[in-house]
Write a protein that binds this ligand. Structure first.
Ligand code: AHR
Length: 659
């Protein structure tokens, strides 16, 4: 008899621990498609911020290769030159300016008085990342001026000056001539530099000194960094928004992005000071310029490689309203509108058209089949609406098949936002871009944002969003699990509203660990390595499993939008014949879910992908790049019920083959 109280106590304990995990019953109705999910639903947004292009995706390793920066010797060191007491042992370089070509004004005239006495060193983009055994393609343009310089010796060196690979070029003529050679690295080094010395004495002119890894994306000479493109490719993005962002607008109109200056031979692309060079006083980057190695041709080509729809964004005659807010008078807007019209011709026009020919001459006679064009980035006020109308009229007249994307300004609410949305609705704007850089709580609390949007109104492009762990533009923001998990929860709301939301992209995309201005960012890299953040893996899980049809998943007849800190959405992929359920648990406790599957017959076993960490502050890093990354598992269906435990702070994708 004495045993019974103990037994009762035991049963009580078991009951308490079992009921500790929250229980939620979900109803999934696969019998009908709630809405079609657009193939563009999950895309990416590339802007040259944080060394994302120059110093990043564009694999050029020499900084200021053409001596065109505002300080023409920036990035170049002359440790053995003594400008003030030129003696027999030294040499000196002088920047010569020719005024006839805005894109290539300068070259470097080097006087060598003694073979041992002069060296010119390029520091790269915070160094140059080289890998043992890898080959690097060197090219330069040279003209012998006087004397007899018989050799140009080019070496990769480490911080102590030790040679890590070498080649020699023999200059042969007093005319400008391009020379090419290769260097094989003898060691792996993240902060190598390029040293140039000479054989013989005399004066020689040098320009466009360039070094690329041979191993670029698709092995294209002068191409893109392979590891970075691979990370993008693995996302399977539905579209690629480019080139910005604020970079489109310019701090002043003169400094705006002009796509026509980014196509044709690279040496003819006129460089521009990068707006992020000076934007943040707390993160100055004086050596940040846009050489446009990733110009509009490379952009369309990359979109094609990734299988992503191109979504170019063009300025609309308004400089950044956070800076000068300079406006082009309406009667002078013509050339800006023409730029948009010509871009469509560049992308899609026949090779017989002027801009189609430029594309064809660059190696792509086939059209790029561009379908979207964005007018303006974060513009607001009547000035924007007036200008948008002018662009819209001209584009619709010439290219009615192109879908125009408009913008609602920098914030997801407030007067400017309300005004822009109202006006654009009146204009029947097809797709409106919204931006939100908000705290993680905002994302968890706003999964219902689009539930109340007009189903017959404009479609929405969530074009720039990211949870900010500290505050917008704070250098202390982290790509931590709290932010990524909150975004995952929010994204169930984007997916659940796929009838209204047709495009979404995280921002910014990339950051160089030694050259960034803005954080958080989806992908971090240095000169040798790169990794996806927890936010990257959230994006990847969504983008790899977008589905084709939205399904209804409810609890007690309601969408699953945060009650008990649980979020869920469901889709069907009609092509892969898959049922995909996304569940996010933002609670510190495990939760039991049982999903009743209605209107579908499935295999009895499925695959799950779980992204989780018990530490909300956890981040991925170069040392631990996959700390927070999807882990594959399996689960069973019994009597058409999926019953699983969702761990605390977890995002799980359940995949089931449909019979
Ligand atoms: O993503 C960084 C910047 O944030 C973008 O350039 C701009 O559009 C937004 O304000």
């Amino acid at each position: 008899m004495k045993k019974y109280p103990l037994l009762l106590f035991g049963i009580l304990c078991i009951t308490i621990s079992l009921s500790w995990a929250q229980q939620t019953v979900l109803e999934l109705d696969a019998s009908q498609s709630v809405a079609k999910i657009q193939p563009t639903m999950y895309g990416i947004f590339f802007e040259d911020i944080n060394f994302a292009a120059d110093g990043g995706l564009y694999a050029e390793m020499v900084k200021n290769r053409g001596f065109e920066f505002l300080e023409p010797k920036m990035g170049w060191l002359e440790p053995k030159s003594d400008r003030f007491s030129l003696n027999e042992k030294s040499g000196i370089s002088t920047i010569m300016t020719t005024s006839d070509n805005a894109a290539n004004r300068n070259f470097n005239r080097i006087l060598v008085n003694n073979s041992e006495g002069y060296e010119l060193i390029n520091e790269g983009f915070r160094g140059m990342g080289i890998k043992e055994g890898a080959t690097y393609n060197l090219s330069l343009v040279a003209a012998k001026h006087s004397g007899n310089i018989s050799g140009i010796i080019v070496q990769l060196i480490d911080k102590d000056g030790k040679s890590l690979g070498k080649t020699e070029i023999t200059p042969t003529t007093t005319e400008w001539k391009k020379y090419s050679a290769q260097i094989t690295a003898t060691a792996t080094e993240a902060k190598a530099r390029l040293k140039i010395t000479f054989k013989g004495t005399g004066t020689i002119d040098l320009d466009m000194i360039s070094l690329f890894p041979q191993d670029t994306w698709k092995n294209r000479p002068g191409g893109l960094r392979k590891d970075l493109v691979q990370l993008l490719y693995d996302l399977e993005p539905g579209f690629l928004r480019f080139p910005g962002g604020c970079i489109v607008e310019g701090r002043t109109l003169a400094q705006r992005y002009q796509w026509k200056k980014t196509v044709g031979p690279v040496e003819n692309r006129e460089l521009l000071i990068n707006r992020w060079n000076t934007e943040f006083r707390h993160r100055p980057t004086p050596d940040y310029f846009q050489t446009f190695g990733v110009g509009f041709f490379e952009y369309f080509q990359l979109s094609e490689d990734l299988g992503a729809e191109p979504l170019p964004i063009l300025g609309c005659g308004m400089a950044c309203q956070f800076n000068t807010g300079e406006l082009v008078p309406l009667d002078e807007l013509g050339p800006y509108v023409q730029d948009a019209i010509d871009l469509i011709e560049f992308a899609n026009g026949p090779v017989t058209s002027p801009w189609g020919k430029v594309r064809s001459d660059m190696g792509h006679p086939e059209p790029f089949n561009m379908k979207y064009i964005g007018i303006g980035n974060e513009q607001w006020g009547p000035e924007y609406i007036t200008r948008y109308k002018i662009f819209e009229k001209a584009i619709k007249e010439k290219y009615p098949e192109i879908t125009i994307v408009s913008g609602s300004g920098p914030f997801p609410d407030g007067e400017q936002f309300e005004y822009g949305m109202e006006e654009l609705k009146k204009l029947d704007a097809p797709i409106i871009d919204e931006h939100y850089y908000r705290p993680p709580e905002w994302f968890r609390e706003n999964a219902t944002r689009y539930d109340s949007y007009d189903r017959n109104g404009p479609k929405i492009f969530a074009g720039e969003y990211a949870a900010q762990s500290v505050a917008i533009a704070s250098p202390d923001n982290k790509n931590n699990w709290n932010c990524a998990l909150s975004e995952a929860a929010y994204m169930t709301g984007l997916e659940r509203n796929a009838d209204v939301v047709v495009m979404t992209s995280y921002a910014p995309l990339m950051a160089h660990a030694d050259g960034w201005q803005w954080t958080p960012d989806m992908i971090w890299f240095n000169n040798l390595e790169s990794y996806g953040t927890a936010n990257y893996y959230v994006q990847k899980l969504y983008a790899n499993h977008p589905g084709t049809d939205l399904l209804s998943i409810t609890s007690d007849g309601q969408a699953v939008t945060g009650k008990n800190k649980l979020f869920a959405s469901a889709v069907k992929d009609a092509n892969k014949k898959e049922l995909i359920i996304k569940v996010v648990n933002t609670s510190e406790n495990s939760q039991e879910i049982s999903v009743n599957l209605k209107g579908v017959k499935t295999e009895s076993e499925g695959t799950s992908l779980t992204l989780t960490s018990t530490d909300l502050e956890a981040v991925n890093s170069f040392d631990s790049p996959k700390k927070i990354s999807p882990k594959e598992g399996s689960f069973n269906i019994k009597k058409r019920v999926l019953a699983e435990t969702i761990e605390p702070y977890s995002f799980v994708v359940f995949k089931l083959k449909i019979k």
